[in-house]
Ligand binder design. Structure first.
Ligand code: SF4
Ligand code: SF4
Length: 157
């Protein structure tokens, strides 16, 4: 799994099917992320309907060649509003989480997709399945916030 920026070695087989989120170790919890990068895209929320639209405008720290945060461990120094997902707050964030997000799937009691690195054994499978944001984003410093609506996209599924 050398191409995988998330450490997934030594985890129990199908642990996400046998443990509750609250029972997972920090390593197991982090490993639920498939690395798609979709949660690092800016979204537009309709105040009246509550509908959330995804844009191709990415957080300033997203590296869209890898779909990884360029400063994950110290990201809050640069992006204080970046949300830290936990077993206790995932429910309140569910409304904007991507449909294929590993956290959503496990929270909803569903299995991970076959292309998830925990199943495929490689991070590349997420890009090959075309569910990641690889090479399709625009950095937020290049687009005025008033123009984000010109960059609304459908979630890659
Ligand atoms: S949307 Fe979910 S699976 Fe994809 S990068 Fe974000 S946390 Fe990970
Ligand atoms: S700070 Fe990093 S993890 Fe948070 S939204 Fe930006 S790129 Fe994603």
């Amino acid at each position: 799994m050398s191409d995988d920026p998330i450490e997934r070695s030594g985890l129990g087989k199908d642990f996400w099917r046998h443990k509750t989120m609250a029972q997972m170790s920090q390593k197991e919890w982090e490993a639920l992320c498939d690395g798609c990068g979709k949660c690092c895209l800016n979204k537009l929320e309709d105040e009246d309907s509550g509908e959330v639209a995804l844009t191709r405008v990415a957080c300033r720290l997203l590296d869209d060649s890898t779909c990884r945060c360029a400063q994950y461990d110290i990201r809050h120094q640069f992006v204080p509003e970046c949300i830290v997902m936990t077993p206790s707050n995932i429910k309140e964030h569910l409304y904007w989480l991507p449909q294929t997000c590993g956290y959503r799937l496990v929270y909803e009691g569903r299995d991970l997709e076959p292309w998830h690195p925990l199943k495929s054994g490689t991070a590349q499978s997420v890009h090959d399945a075309k569910v990641s944001v690889k090479d399709m984003t625009i950095p937020e410093f290049e687009v005025d916030e008033d123009d984000w609506e010109d960059h609304i996209i459908e979630e890659p599924l």
